[in-house]
Structures are given as C-alpha cells and as structure tokens.
Unconditional design. Structure first.
Lengths: 375, 375
C-alpha cells in the first residue's frame, strides 16, 4: 500500500535525520517522500545532504519503529495525515525560508488519545524554569488551570518545575495538554515524569520529532522548543532565570510570529530575572492572568487563499495593507505592536504576517517583523 | 528697577492665573510680562483671557507674596532667572502647542538651598501609590537611594507612601531631592509632611507653580504631576493601583517625550496592578534597578540649533531622519520603541522628537508620537 510505503519512508527519514533539515524538506517537496528516502538510502545525493545523512542512513528501523508505536499506543503523524497541523506549519515559511534553523519537522511521533490538529487548534505554551519559586509554581498552576478549563490546550515540555506544574494543572481540571519531548516518546525524560506523561497521553498527547529510543541532547532541547512554539498560539514564560531554556522557547515564538508572553514578579526574585528582561527588551509582553493570555493568543486563522497576492505593495488590501503600512521603514516590530499601530486585531495581524512574508513583502528575525528593503 | 517690576508682574500673574494658561503664555511672549500684567489688571483682553482672569485679577498681592518669600527663605523663579530650567520647558513645545493642557508654567515658587536648573539637570521622578505594600516601600527606598547616591536628583510629590519614601531615601544618602507641591510652598500638603519638606528644603528644593497660601484642588494635583514629569529625565512608578495619580504623572512623561518607567511585582498584588497595566499596554517600560532607570533616563540634551529645519521631510538628516523614518505610517510609538526601531540611542530619540514636533513633522498624544498626516 502506497500509504504504508510513504509512512515507512517518513519513519526512515525521521530516524536518519534525527531533527529538522531544510535540505531534506526541500528534497521531499521536490521529489516526494519515497524517492527522497530512496535517494538517502542509496546516498544518491548532493554533498550538503550527504554530510547530514552519512552517519545514520544505514539505520533502516522504520518497520520496527512503526510496530513499536502500535504496541505502545503511538503513531507517526505525517503531512499525509488529517491530524497534521498543516496551517501551523505554514509559520515556518516553506522550504525557501531564509532562517535555516527555523524548519518544519518532517513528521511527528505522537502517543495518546488526543488528535494533534484538534488539540493544537487553540493552544498556549506554558513554560519556565526547572527550579521555580513557590510564587512561580502557584501562578503557573493558576493560569494553566484557567486556560485549560476555558478550552485551551496547555502545551509544555514536561520538564521539572513550571512545565510539569502546567501539565498537572491542565489535567487537574480535566483539560487538554500536550507534552513535547526532546527524546523518543517511548523513553520519557525526565524519567521521574514517566507517570505524568502516561496521564498526559490518557487524554492529550506526548509528541516528539525524534524517533523511538532517541536520547536527549542539548541541541534537541532547542529544536524541541521550536516545536512547543509552533504548536501554540502563544508562549507564556511564567518564571525564568537569565539563561533559561524558556527564553529560547519565547524566542522561537517571536521567530514564528506568535506572541511571547511573560509573567512579572518581585524585582528581588532571580526566578523572575529572565521574564523581566524579556518584557523590558520588548521580547515578551507582560501578562498577569489567563484572560490576558487569551487576549494575546486570540483565534489564529490564516487566509490560505491569499497566498498569491500580487507583488507590488500597492496591490495589498485590507488587513495585509494595514499591517504592512504599520511596519516602520527601519527596524522591526512585534505582532502586538503592529496590532496597536495598525488597528488590526492581533489575530488579524498574525494572519496577515505569514501571507505578507510568503508574498515577499516582509521578513522576520529575532527582533520581530520588518519590511523587505529590496522592494 | 525693571527686574523687580518684571518679577512683580510674574508674581501678580501667577496669583491671578492659579495654574498654567496657554493664552497668557502667548500674551507674555507677544507683549512682555509687564504689559501682559497691565492688560490683565485693566482687563484690556480678548474674551478667552477675560474668562480666565476675571475672578482673581483684583488680587494684586505680588509685593506681599515676594516679601513672604524673603521671610521663609523662598523665591519666585521666572524665565528671567539663570536657574530657570529653560531647556526642560522646551518639551512643552512653545506657545503654539496643540495640547492646551500641556503648557509651561509662567513662573515657579521655590524654597530651599538648591538651584532649580542644577538640581533638575540629572533628575528622575520616583512616584507611586499613597498606600504601598512593604515590597513597594522597600523598592522605592532602594532605587531612590541608589539614584541619589549616584548623583541623580529624586523628584517627587511629597505625598504619603511612595513619594515620601523616595524623598526620605534620597535624604538618607545625603542626595538631592525636589518636592513638587500642588499648593503654595508656605502651606505644605500633607500637613504631617511639614518636617519632611523642611528637610527637603535644607539641601534641595520645594517647588510649586501656585502662589503662597493656595490650597490643593484635584485639578492642581494633575497640573502638579505635569511639573514633576517635566522637571525629570524619566518618571518611575514604583507601585500604583489601577487609578493611581502616579499613572497620571507617567502619562505626562509620555506627552512630554520623557520615558515612563514602572516596577513589576506580584501578579496578586493590587498595589502593582497599575504598573503591570502600564507595562502591558506599552505606556511604561519595565525596570527593576536604579541602573536600568539611569539607562532609560540617560543624559537628555536638545540640539537647540536644529529648530528651524526645513519643512520637507527629505531635508531631515541624522537622528531626526532616522527617528522620523522609524515612525509607522499609521499609529504611534513610544520613544523607547523608536530607539529600538531607529537604532538611535534613547537620548538621541528624546532630543530629536521635540525638534521634529517644532518643525511640524510629528505630533504626540497619550499613546506616543505619530507622523503628522497632513504632510
């Protein structure tokens, strides 16, 4: 069956690549996943791809991995599947994206009763330090429970501290929660969160782009953070030290055009240093309640049929025109600033930006969105 | 002596006007202060000025008021005096300013050993709620003492709570502090702060635009707040409830092109609600330490000789061009945002904006600075 063959090809490539790869995404887009898998297997590839696939191209464990998924109640979700969150992945900007690190996953290994596209339809990431204060634990639980009880999925990274608190709070109100791991979904990390992850899977989902059995690495935590961001309408950092991984997740949110939010706290608490820094530098917007988080996250909808808008900016109409006009000639702005400046609601701004990017009018980097100077 | 006659004219007008008046400022600019005083006294005036001066034009207590000043160690500081903070008053944008409330004082009644222009050369307003938390008291004292010990003057309103704490903290490190009152400087308010105000006057200054004996009114608190803002390089709100007067002071700061800053706190503390709201809405920038306050306040210097820049924006050069370019076509931005967007340091942005306003290229309102649409 061609479906099975395609799934086997995705499973094979996921194992070999162990993480995102823009050239492989391009190859799959160009020649299809089965032909891409064959080319990798037989090393019939340009030099750039040879280097990336050399070490693991012999690891054809695809059939075994998919069988393992069957046994543990998991599955490989690919762009072929209905539950693939297609419109979220548009935030990555397609194969031609300038930012080589900001790349869509090829496929996702998931485990649990939830449906990925449905769970991430209205979702907020709640993340933070592994060593929170009592205040941070309390605020994380409070906001996550409030979000979950209002029908928002709480996405997090299953780490100690704020992440675990957020998952537990969502479960405590029988809300939806998604745990995104930096390792294989059959080998949970941290180990002492194995039971928590079982509970997450009972109604929600445990998600990873790493093949079964893959152990965590520092790099994988960073790429995992980008998945947390892209699967959420907003990223909320509850507490973070100056060098917290949660700040990295917030950074991905900005790169992907999603709101980065942060909770304030005492100026004396080192656990709030990172949040204060982000708010101060305009990297995150201050929020104090779940309602404020929802105001920022809003309902995100992309007008797919607007992708082929004409090249001259004169041709821009409606929200896209207003958002483009609100961008300064020099420098960049966050979506929330553009919303204020343009008068377009935040949801409309976030819908307009990827379309403007696809049409070549705007770009984005760590500081926000900017006008393309070459127009 | 003409100097005495002019001072008597200022004292007379100050008593009659009891607060700022754009038409009288215009009249003084047009015909001189002595002729303006004569015209008011003899009611030789256009209708607009008649209404404003009718009730008190008979109150010619100028000589008596100036004698009282001599007795209590006070004086009337006018634009004739060297200690008049001329360049600060430029922030009001001159007699033709659109914003009729945002008007320079005609003269200032002061008391104390300090020299007004020197004390306000490097100064930060530290303001906040009359009913702070322990946390707020501590942070206010900590930051005010730190600012004062680094040579910054702490400006505040001598109210209960944060204001009083800020003055005391500055005095405790033998630093400079200025108290701006909403009543006559001979009749301190609140009364129980009479001793504190004596101490402020010993090395610093007690300042008011209201003639001796004037009692406080709600309106005068608001106009006083604008003086606090204009006499400071930045306004720091330490704690504020949702409807705090400190938020009004921060608003004046924004109208005058000065940074509005706010200290974060617990999301559960009602004493921080106003600060969080201001930060969230982009009305104030989050700061946690005196160093961060100083970063924002910076050294403010206006390039006076740039006032008559040519009308077409093509003629703009340097920082003014960069700042103008950084303004969005629609909507407004705060100076700190313009600094980020333009790459011009915050001091340069604050120097450029009043010049751009005088040249008619930009305007400002509560939300920030905007491009004039009529260009």
């Amino acid at each position: 069956m061609s479906g099975d063959a395609r799934r086997l090809a995705y499973a094979y490539l996921s194992r070999v690549l162990q993480g995102p790869s823009a050239p492989v995404n391009e190859l799959v887009a160009a020649v299809g996943v089965e032909e891409a898998a064959r080319a990798v297997r037989e090393w019939d590839l340009p030099a750039a791809l040879q280097r990336r696939t050399e070490a693991r191209r012999h690891l054809d464990t695809a059939a075994h991995d998919l069988e393992l998924m069957d046994r543990i109640g998991g599955r490989l979700v690919t762009p072929d599947d209905e539950e693939w969150p297609t419109w979220r992945m548009l935030a990555f900007g397609g194969a031609e994206a300038k930012d080589r690190e900001c790349v869509a996953p090829l496929a996702l290994w998931v485990r649990g009763a939830g449906v990925l596209s449905e769970l991430t339809d209205r979702s907020v990431a709640v993340v933070g330090t592994r060593a929170p204060s009592n205040y941070g634990e309390y605020v994380a639980a409070d906001i996550a429970a409030d979000l979950a009880s209002r029908g928002w999925t709480v996405v997090s990274g299953a780490a100690f501290g704020i992440d675990g608190t957020a998952h537990r709070a969502a479960l405590s109100v029988e809300g939806a929660t998604v745990a995104v791991l930096a390792c294989g979904i059959d080998t949970p990390y941290p180990k002492s969160h194995a039971k928590l992850l079982e509970e997450v899977a009972r109604t929600g989902l445990v998600v990873s782009e790493y093949a079964p059995g893959t152990a965590v690495t520092r790099y994988q935590f960073l790429t995992r953070n980008r998945l947390v961001a892209v699967l959420s309408d907003a990223v909320l950092v509850v507490e973070a030290g100056r060098r917290s991984g949660a700040r990295n997740t917030a950074k991905w949110a900005r790169r992907l055009g999603r709101p980065a939010l942060a909770v304030p706290g005492s100026v004396h608490a080192t656990t709030s240093t990172g949040c204060h820094h982000m708010i101060r530098e305009g990297e995150a917007r201050l929020v104090t309640t779940a309602s404020e988080v929802i105001d920022e996250a809003g309902p995100l909808r992309l007008p797919i049929d607007a992708t082929d808008s004409p090249r001259p900016t004169d041709g821009l109409v409606g929200d896209q025109m207003l958002v483009y006009e609100a961008l300064p000639a020099i420098g960049s702005r966050a979506p929330s600033e553009l919303s204020e400046a343009s008068g377009v609601p935040i949801a409309g701004v976030r819908a307009a930006l990827p379309m403007l990017e696809l049409a070549g009018f705007v770009g984005s980097d760590e500081t926000g969105w900017y006008r393309r100077r070459d127009l």
